[in-house]
Each structure stands twice: as C-alpha cells, then as structure tokens.
Design a protein around this ligand. Structure first.
Ligand code: CUA
Length: 332
C-alpha cells in the first residue's frame, strides 16, 4: 500500500508485528504461511467490512432519527405508519442472505481445515506442562515442529496433563490438545522458513513459555534433516542424550542448571547432595532417588516445593532415565 499520491506514504513492510518476524500481509495479520491462510483472512476481512458498513449505517441513521424527531416546541412528527411491508421484507431478507453466506463460507472453510487429506504426513504431538513434543514416523522426538514444504502435514495431538492448545498464527490454525483423547490438525505450508508456534490455552505457571518453532524444509531437505536428527540421537553418548532429554522432555521448564530455584529444585550440584523432604526425613540424591522421582514424583518431594511434577511412567525408557542420571552427574 502506498499513499504517496496523497502526499504521504505508508510502508506496511515497516510495521513491526510482535507475533512474527515475518513481513505482514496486512496491518492486522501475521504473514500467510499455509494454503488455508488466504481464505481465512479473506473471510475475516469480508465479515469485518460487512460489520463496519452495518455499524456505521445503523448508528448514523439512529443519530439522525434522534436528532430529527427530538421533542421540541412547534414540531409535530405526525403519525408514523405502523407497517411498511416492503421495507420490513428488505431489512429481513438482505441480512438473512448475508448471514447464510457467512455461514456457508465459514462452514466450508471449517470442514476444509478439519478433514486432513488422506496423503498427509503424520506427526504425533504431545502437550505437557510446559513443552510441546513432536514424534516423527521414524521415532525421532523433537521439541520443534519440522515439516516438509508443499506437502500436507497432519498433527495427531494429545496431552499428558491439562488442556493445551496448539496455535500457529502464520498458518491460521489452532486446536486444543486434550488429555485422554486425540485431536487432529492439518496444514500445508507454502514457503520454506520458520514460524512461531504457541500454546493458546492457559495451562499454568509457564504457559507463556510453552512455545516452539515450526521449521518448513524445502522438498528433499526434510528427509535428510529427519534421518540426520535420528542418527545424531542414536550416536549420542549417555551424557549428550541426557542433556537432550533434559531440554526436550520438559525438565528444563522447572529445573534450572544454573542454581536458581524454579518450580522444582535446581539440578546444579544436585546429584550427591542431601535435602530435607516434605514430612521431615531427608534424602540423598543418588541414582535410585532420581529414578523414583521421575517415575513417582510425589513419593519424596523436596521440602519447600509443591508436588506438581507429572509422572514419566511409560514416557521415558530405562535407558533414557539412565542417560538423564549421567547428565545430572555432570552438573557440578
Ligand atoms: Cu500449554 Cu498453555
């Protein structure tokens, strides 16, 4: 948009948007990154324009009536007619047709966005306080969402604890991930690059930190990224694997490694140390205590902290727990 012919100029590309580093497609939308984004924006703008037209029309008419028919000396409004069939049909039928059109386009768009194409690439998503985890068909688990360009991807989502909501503004998609059931969300990215992913359902202390990146890989590069990522996981030493698990499985959200207390005790210097626990006894942090605390977090809670950690029973293998223990030992 350029208004220089009116003596001023607006460069929309210079208006920064807090939710996206990308260039905006309009002043109030983030950039369009998926095949559905254009239709969503179009319908939104259309409904907005319609609302503005009716709002202005109704308010102006109302103000004019209030002014023109106000009670004043020497003014006789005469008799208002009780009925005007033509007028009443007009003001009923036109809005009816408009709302049917809004419903039609909204419903068709909703169905499009709900039913994922049969050939879509499936990625499993799990929300947990306060981390997203994306599991790929080859078993690789990542804390960012990597997807191929120009191919529909479908997310099979669930939650480990409370209701979260996966929201990718650039793709114009959002859906709850609910504990104990699966929900599905699909999209087809239209450009390679990065997009923001948020949790859009208030889910506790670090809700605002429950963010991730969507990385759209050009055709051909996605498969390479996926096999490299899986290979790096396979070849990692226990300490490297433990560090990775610490960062990707939600440990980092509550347990710092710099000595600061968070929702849970810091991991710095934790291994081998002794703590009083709720109830009065005390424990020494050894392999068995770490293992028990991962599988049964409420068994022995360190004094001064709330029993809020979810269990990792069935979510971390013995090998992974071993790797986390090895990593903890390095945090002196
Ligand atoms: Cu998860 Cu907000």
């Amino acid at each position: 948009m350029n208004g220089s012919e009116f003596g001023f100029s607006i460069d929309l590309q210079r208006i920064p948007l807090v939710w996206s580093a990308e260039v905006a497609s309009s002043p109030w939308f983030p950039s369009q990154g998926s095949t559905t984004a254009h239709d969503v924006d179009w319908l939104f703008n259309w409904i907005l324009a319609l609302s503005v037209v009716f709002f202005v029309g109704i308010v102006v008419t109302m103000a004019w009536f209030a002014f023109y028919y106000r009670r004043r000396p020497g003014f006789d409004p005469g008799h208002a007619p009780h009925h005007n069939t033509a007028l009443e049909i007009t003001w009923s039928v036109i809005p009816l047709l408009l709302t049917i059109a809004i419903f039609y386009y909204g419903f068709v768009g909703f169905l499009d966005m709900t039913v994922s194409p049969a050939n879509a690439y499936e990625i499993k998503v799990s929300g947990q306080k306060w981390k997203w985890l994306f599991t790929y068909p080859n078993g690789h688990v990542d804390d960012n969402l990597h997807v191929p360009l120009g191919v529909p991807s479908t997310l099979l989502m669930t939650s480990e604890d409370v209701i979260h909501s996966l929201y990718i503004p650039d793709f114009r998609i959002k859906k709850d991930s609910v504990p104990g059931r699966y929900s599905r969300l699909w999209f087809e990215p239209t450009e390679a690059g990065e997009h923001d992913l948020f949790c859009a359902e208030y889910c506790g202390t670090s809700h605002s930190g429950m963010i991730a990146k969507v990385v759209v890989h050009p055709v051909g590069e996605f498969d390479k990224w996926l096999s490299d990522a899986a290979l790096a996981e396979l070849n990692a030493s226990p300490v490297e694997a433990g560090q990775r698990l610490y960062n990707t499985r939600g440990c980092a959200q509550c347990h710092s490694i710099d000595g600061k207390a968070g929702t849970g005790p810091t991991f710095k210097g934790d291994f081998g140390s002794t703590h009083p626990i709720v109830g009065g006894a005390s424990i020494t942090v050894d392999e068995n205590y770490v293992r028990e605390s991962i599988l049964e977090p409420q068994a022995k809670v360190v004094a001064g902290f709330n029993p809020v950690m979810p269990t990792y029973q069935g979510r971390l293998s013995d090998k992974e727990i071993g790797a986390i223990i090895e990593y903890l030992k390095t945090l002196k």
